[in-house]
Design a binder for this molecule. Structure first.
Ligand code: ACO
Length: 435
């Protein structure tokens, strides 16, 4: 097979090298296209464009494959812990027992946030969306750790990684506790990562709180499944911000903002709201299926469809299985789960969804588990951010360590006005050009 591709336009012919990935994916390297022909490419939503090469996550949307550093998501979900997966993603290999113990201990010893930083939580309105609080607090962290901001200094970067992984759960729980006017609960070093977060979320100083093991297990699973997903919207945002050599705190804060949108991480909140809406409306699933198909309506089945998965989302499959187990163990009978299952069944048998290859994505069932473990709906996307943090860090680090990295600066096809002269205020007559 030829190792180059030709782009022919008018009398110009450009030969572009072809880059092949380890799983056989082939990309045309157009980096010299503009300098040799004046042409650029147009690709709305970057649906066909890779911003570079990456060795972190492999995803095959047609076959429903997802692997972190070569290990399948099913294997990791069954055998690993979130912190171990975070190490794998960030440092490229599974840690030895000693490496894991010392990394976990480092993270545990960096969970406490500075008291001055915790004052920030009082400055927000009580009903502030926790994603806004989260991104602000992470951005503010950069002002408390100014000595560690050099993205090219690996020691500084390692310190920031520890602080982010250690403190993000504390910040998330503080934003929740502040919103419900309860005292913030300090982290506990005798607990593992997930148990510590749950304790900060749900314990109160006046009562003993035992973290239920099935809840810890469910949270660990959800965090692993969300830990990375190659060049998605928020990860691309983190990489783009980081490409200007902005520090890791600033880049992660931007990633949190990108995740917030309902077409991305915000979908898990939107799914719960939609299931609730269907429930309150009397549970007529078909009515909402029809609405989602109606091109005159802006309603979409939230939690359905994915830019890259055109067969099934392997994460959704694992979560669906876990969902039944968790609800049974917790003795929760959630009518929304039945609506979700009915919705899935109807959509998967409907030609509209079949033709467009729309399947449940990771967010379709995750909200039901989060509800079962008492996470409030407006914290769902925060939970996603806790899970996605290692992926963001891994991509930021990979990009910074790649000698071929350049500042991200896309081109555009300008389609605005051609040049015209400035029009004096008294001659404008509400028109852009003078008559
Ligand atoms: N409900 C109804 N129709 C849909 C849905 C949906 N959820 N998703 C896509 N479609 C239709 C579109 O209307 C379009 O139809 P057309 O070809 O007749 O015009 C076709 O399917 C293709 O949809 P696009 O929007 O072009 O697909 P794109 O890849 O740009 O969008 C996205 C993917 C954003 C995930 C989309 O499927 C969606 O909005 N889903 C709902 C929100 C959601 O669940 N987001 C979470 C994604 S997972 C994550 O980020 C963690």
């Amino acid at each position: 097979m030829s190792k180059s591709a030709k782009i022919i336009y008018g009398d110009k012919e450009v030969e572009c090298p072809v880059v092949e990935g380890t799983e056989g994916e082939v990309g045309i390297d157009i980096s010299k296209l503009r300098s040799s022909s004046g042409l650029i490419t147009l690709d709305n939503g970057f649906a066909n464009t890779s911003s570079g090469t990456s060795a972190i996550t492999f995803l095959d949307g047609e076959k429903g494959i997802l692997r972190y550093r070569g290990i399948s998501i099913e294997d990791l979900a069954k055998n690993s812990s979130f912190i171990e997966v975070a190490y794998l993603l960030i440092y490229g290999n599974l840690p030895t027992e000693q490496e894991l113990l010392s990394w976990e201990s480092e993270i545990k010893h960096h969970t406490l946030i500075k008291e001055d930083l915790s004052k920030l939580f009082d400055a927000f309105p009580r009903d502030a969306h926790p994603m806004g609080v989260l991104s602000s607090a992470i951005s503010a962290m950069s002002t408390f750790y100014q000595e560690y901001l050099d993205p090219k200094n690996s020691h500084d970067v390692d310190q920031v990684i520890i602080k982010l992984l250690g403190m993000l759960p504390t910040i998330a729980s503080y934003s929740y506790k502040t919103s419900i006017n309860q005292p913030r609960v300090y982290p506990r070093n005798d607990l593992d990562y997930c148990s510590n977060f749950l304790n900060m979320m749900f314990s109160v100083p006046s009562e003993k709180y035992e973290v239920p093991s099935e809840v810890v297990e469910a949270l660990n699973l959800l965090l692993i499944l969300h830990a990375d997903h190659e060049q998605n919207c928020s990860t691309s945002a983190v990489r783009l911000i980081g490409s200007s050599e902005a520090n890791l705190f600033a880049s992660i804060s931007g990633g949190i903002s990108a995740l917030w949108g309902p077409l991305h991480g915000g979908a898990n909140q939107a799914v719960m709201e939609m299931l609730n809406q269907i429930h309150l409306d009397g549970g007529n699933v078909q009515k909402f299926i029809d609405l989602a198909k109606d091109k005159n309506s802006s309603f979409r089945l939230m939690g359905f469809g994915h830019r890259v998965y055109k067969n099934f989302d392997p994460r959704a499959k694992i979560i669906k299985g876990a969902c039944d187990k968790v609800l049974e163990k917790m003795g929760v009978d959630n009518p929304l789960l039945n609506i979700a299952k009915e919705l899935e069944h109807s959509a998967l048998n409907d030609q509209y969804f079949v033709d467009r290859k729309l399947y449940p994505n990771v967010d379709f069932y995750s909200g039901i588990i989060y509800s079962a473990i008492n996470i409030p709906v407006n914290m769902f996307t925060v939970m996603f951010a806790l899970g996605r943090l290692p992926g963001w860090i891994a991509h930021w680090k990979e990009m910074n360590e790649d000698p071929k990295s350049r500042i991200g600066r896309p081109r555009q096809i300008y389609n605005g006005e051609n040049e015209y002269s400035y029009v004096d205020l008294n001659k404008r007559l509400n028109k852009k050009k003078a008559a």
